[in-house]
Design a protein around this ligand. Structure first.
Ligand SMILES: Nc1ncnc2c1ncn2[C@@H]1O[C@H](COP(=O)(O)OP(=O)(O)OP(=O)(O)O)[C@@H](O)[C@H]1O
Ligand SMILES: [Mg+2]
Length: 599
C-alpha cells in the first residue's frame, strides 16, 4: 500500500461540524494563539510600513535631498526589519506550539482508543490503514487547524496593511484597482480547484506505483519462480506512464496560470498608469506616492493567492479529521463495568455456544456444550479450520458468542467485569507476540508492579527457556527484536509459555503452545506444564499425543460441532472421528513429532 493514502473526501455539508469539533482541540491553546495573532499584527504593520516608506525615500530623500530624512532612513529600515523578524518568529513559533499540541492530543487519544477497541474492529480494518491514521492523518489535521488559521489571520492582516498604504497614497487609484481584484481572485480560484483535483490524482497514481513496487519487492520469490516478470513489467509500465501524465498536466496548469496572472498584473499596471497619468491625477500624486502605491499593490498578490487556497488546506484537514473522529466514536470495550470477580476457581461451562463472525454467515461454532472443571485438563482436537482457536477466543471475550451462554464459576462471562475476567486467564496463542524489549520484560509483560528477578527466572526455568537464555550475551536482559537478537520459533514459544506461567492465572489456555518444539524440549516443557496445570483449568489445543493422552477429557471438533467427547482411551475405543485423527496424526511413537500437523 502507499504510505501516503489520500484521505477520503468529505461532502461539504458534513465539513462544518467536523471542523468545529476539530477547532475544539485548539481551543485549549488560545493564549498561545492570541500571542501569535499579536505577533502577526506587528509583522503586518512593519511590512506595510516598509511599503509606505518608499514614498519619503523617493520624494524627500532622493528628489528633495532632505538631509534629516536621509539620515533617519537606515534607522527606520532597521527598526522595521527588527519588528518583522520578531513578529514573524513569535507568530510562527506560537502557532507551531499550538499545532503540535493539537497533533499530540489527537494522536494520544486515537492511540488510547486503539488499546480498547474490540477484536472485531481489528479484523475489519487493515493494519496499514490503522497505522497511517495515527501517523499521516493526524499530521494533516494541523493543516486544517493552525496552518489555515495562520494563513487566514496573517494574510488578511497583510492585505489590510497594504490596502491601508494604498489608501493613504491615493483613494481614487485604490478604488480603480479594486475593480480588477475580483478577476484575479476568480482566476486563482479556478486554478486552485484544478490543482486540487490533479494533486489528488497524482497521490492516487503515486499510491499505485508504490503498491505495485512493494508487491514485487515482497513477493520477489513468487515472481521469480512463476516467471511473472513480463506481467509485472507491463503493469508497472501502465501506472508509471499514468503518473507522468498527471504530473505534466499539473505543470501545464501551474505555468499556464502563472503566465495568465502575470498578464493580468501587466494589464492592471497599464490600467493604473493610464489612470494615474490623466492630467487631474498627475497634479495630485507624487512619484514617491505612486511608487509606494505600486509596491503595496504588487505585495498584495501573494497573500491573495494564499487566501484563495486556504479552503484546500481546510478540506484536506477536515477529511483527515473525519476519519479520526470515526475511530474515536466507534464503540470500545468496557473494562470496568460488570460483576467483579474475586477468587476465581476456574470452572468453565460452555452451554450451547454458537458463533458466527459475520451476521448471516455459516456458524463457526455450532451449539457446543461442555464443562471444564478446576484442576482439569481439556484437550481440543480437530482438523484445521474446525473452530478450535475460535472456541478458546470466546473465553477472554475477544468475541461474544452469537448463541448460548458461557459461564465462569457459574457467572455469565458477558456480565463479568472484563478487567477481572482477563486477569484470570493466561494464554499462549497460535501466533506468538513478543515485544521489542528485554527477555525479562517480555516474560513479566502484563504483571502489575515490579517482579522479582528470581520469579522471572523460575518461570523461564519451568518453561525450559533458561537453557538458551543463559547462552545469550546478557542473559535475561538481552533485548529482542530489531537491533537485538532474533529467536527461533521454538524459543519464542518458550518465552510465551514462561509469560503464561508467571501470570499464575486460574485459567490457562494453550493454543498449540508446543508445536514448534523438538521432542526433547517438548517433553521437558510437558513435565513443567503438568506441574502448572495441576492447580488450574487448562484448555489445550494440541497436535501431540502425549498432551492428549494425559488429558482429563478430549473434545473433538468438526466443522464447528462438538462431535466426540471422552478420554483418550474411550474415544480410541469408539473408533470414530478421534480414532481417525489419531491414526493420521499420531501414528508414530508417542513422542515423535506429528507428521501431519494441521494448524
Ligand atoms: N477473525 C475471524 N473472522 C472471520 N472468520 C474467522 C476468523 N477467525 C477464524 N475464522 C474462520 O473460522 C473458522 C475456524 O477457524 P479457527 O481459527 O477457529 O480454526 P482452528 O480449528 O483453530 O484451525 P487451525 O488448526 O488451523 O488453527 C475458519 O473457517 C476461519 O476461516
Ligand atoms: Mg487455530
Amino acid at each position: 500500500m502507499s504510505a501516503n493514502p489520500s484521505p477520503p473526501s468529505t461532502p461539504d455539508h458534513r465539513s462544518w461540524p467536523v471542523y468545529r469539533r476539530l477547532l475544539g482541540y485548539s481551543r485549549a491553546y488560545w493564549p498561545v494563539m492570541l500571542v501569535a495573532v499579536f505577533a502577526m499584527a506587528l509583522d503586518a504593520a512593519c511590512t506595510g510600513g516598509f511599503a509606505a516608506m518608499t514614498e519619503p525615500l523617493l520624494n524627500d530623500a532622493l528628489l528633495a535631498k532632505d538631509w534629516d530624512t536621509i539620515r533617519m532612513m537606515p534607522v527606520w529600515i532597521l527598526v522595521i526589519f527588527l519588528g518583522r523578524g520578531i513578529g514573524s518568529f513569535v507568530a510562527d513559533y506560537c502557532m507551531a506550539a499550538a499545532g503540535r499540541s493539537v497533533i499530540r492530543d489527537l494522536r494520544q487519544q486515537v492511540f488510547e482508543k486503539y488499546l480498547f477497541l474490540p477484536t472485531s474492529y481489528f479484523d475489519q480494518h487493515s493494519q496499514g490503514q490503522m497505522i497511517s491514521r495515527l501517523t499521516f492523518n493526524v499530521e494533516q489535521v494541523a493543516e486544517a487547524t493552525t496552518n489555515a488559521i495562520t494563513v487566514v489571520v496573517r494574510d488578511s492582516l497583510y492585505i489590510i496593511a497594504f490596502l491601508g498604504v494604498m489608501l493613504m497614497q491615493s483613494v481614487r487609484l485604490t478604488l480603480a484597482t479594486l475593480v480588477i481584484a475580483p478577476v484575479i481572485a476568480l482566476i486563482i480560484a479556478f486554478v486552485s480547484r484544478r490543482f486540487r483535483r490533479l494533486s489528488r490524482k497524482i497521490q492516487d497514481t503515486m499510491g499505485d506505483v508504490t503498491h505495485r513496487a512493494s508487491e514485487v519487492v515482497n513477493g520477489h520469490r513468487v515472481v521469480k519462480l512463476y516467471s511473472g516478470q513480463g506481467v509485472e513489467k507491463d503493469r508497472f509500465g501502465a501506472v508509471n506512464a499514468s503518473n507522468r501524465r498527471q504530473h505534466l498536466k499539473l505543470v501545464a496548469t501551474k505555468s499556464g496560470s502563472a503566465s495568465l496572472v502575470q498578464l493580468i498584473a501587466g494589464l492592471t499596471l497599464a490600467f493604473i498608469i493610464f489612470v494615474a497619468t490623466r492630467e487631474t491625477m498627475l497634479d495630485q500624486i507624487t512619484p514617491g506616492a505612486f511608487t509606494a502605491f505600486m509596491t503595496a499593490m504588487l505585495a498584495i498578490l501573494p497573500s491573495l493567492k494564499k487566501l484563495t487556497n486556504v479552503h484546500v488546506m481546510i478540506q484536506r484537514g477536515v477529511a483527515a479529521a473525519d476519519s479520526l473522529f470515526e475511530v474515536l466514536d466507534s464503540p470500545q470495550e468496557d473494562m470496568v463495568r460488570g460483576q467483579p470477580l474475586t477468587a476465581v476457581r476456574g470452572e468453565l461451562e460452555f452451554d450451547n455456544i454458537s458463533l458466527s463472525y459475520q451476521p448471516g454467515q455459516a456458524p463457526v461454532l455450532d451449539q457446543v456444550s461442555f464443562t471444564a472443571g478446576p484442576g482439569t485438563v481439556t484437550a481440543l482436537v480437530g482438523r484445521s479450520g474446525s473452530g478450535k482457536t475460535s472456541l478458546v477466543s470466546l473465553i477472554p471475550r475477544f468475541y461474544r458468542p452469537t448463541g448460548g451462554q458461557l459461564r465462569l464459576d457459574g457467572l455469565a462471562i458477558c456480565s463479568c467485569r472484563l478487567q477481572d475476567l482477563r486477569a484470570s486467564i493466561a494464554m499462549v496463542s497460535q501466533d506468538i507476540v513478543l515485544f521489542e524489549d528485554t527477555i525479562a520484560a517480555n516474560i513479566a509483560y502484563g504483571s502489575v508492579g515490579p517482579v522479582a528477578e528470581q520469579d522471572i527466572q523460575a518461570a523461564a526455568e519451568q518453561a525450559n527457556a533458561m537453557e538458551f537464555i543463559n547462552k545469550l550475551p546478557q542473559g535475561l536482559d538481552t533485548r529482542l527484536g530489531e537491533g537485538g537478537v532474533q529467536l527461533s520459533g521454538g524459543q519464542r514459544q518458550r518465552i510465551a509459555i514462561a509469560r503464561a506461567i508467571l501470570r499464575d492465572a486460574p485459567v490457562l489456555i494453550l493454543d498449540e503452545a508446543t508445536s514448534a518444539l523438538d521432542t526433547e524440549s517438548e517433553r521437558l516443557i510437558q513435565a513443567a506444564l503438568e506441574q502448572v496445570m495441576r492447580a488450574r483449568t487448562t484448555l489445550v489445543i494440541a497436535h501431540r499425543l502425549s498432551t492428549v493422552e494425559n488429558a482429563d477429557q478430549v473434545l473433538v471438533l468438526d466443522q464447528g460441532k462438538l462431535v466426540e467427547q471422552g478420554t483418550h482411551q474411550q474415544l480410541l475405543a469408539q473408533g470414530g472421528h478421534y480414532a481417525e485423527l489419531h491414526r493420521l496424526q499420531f501414528q508414530d511413537s508417542p513422542d515423535s513429532p506429528t507428521p501431519a500437523r494441521s494448524g
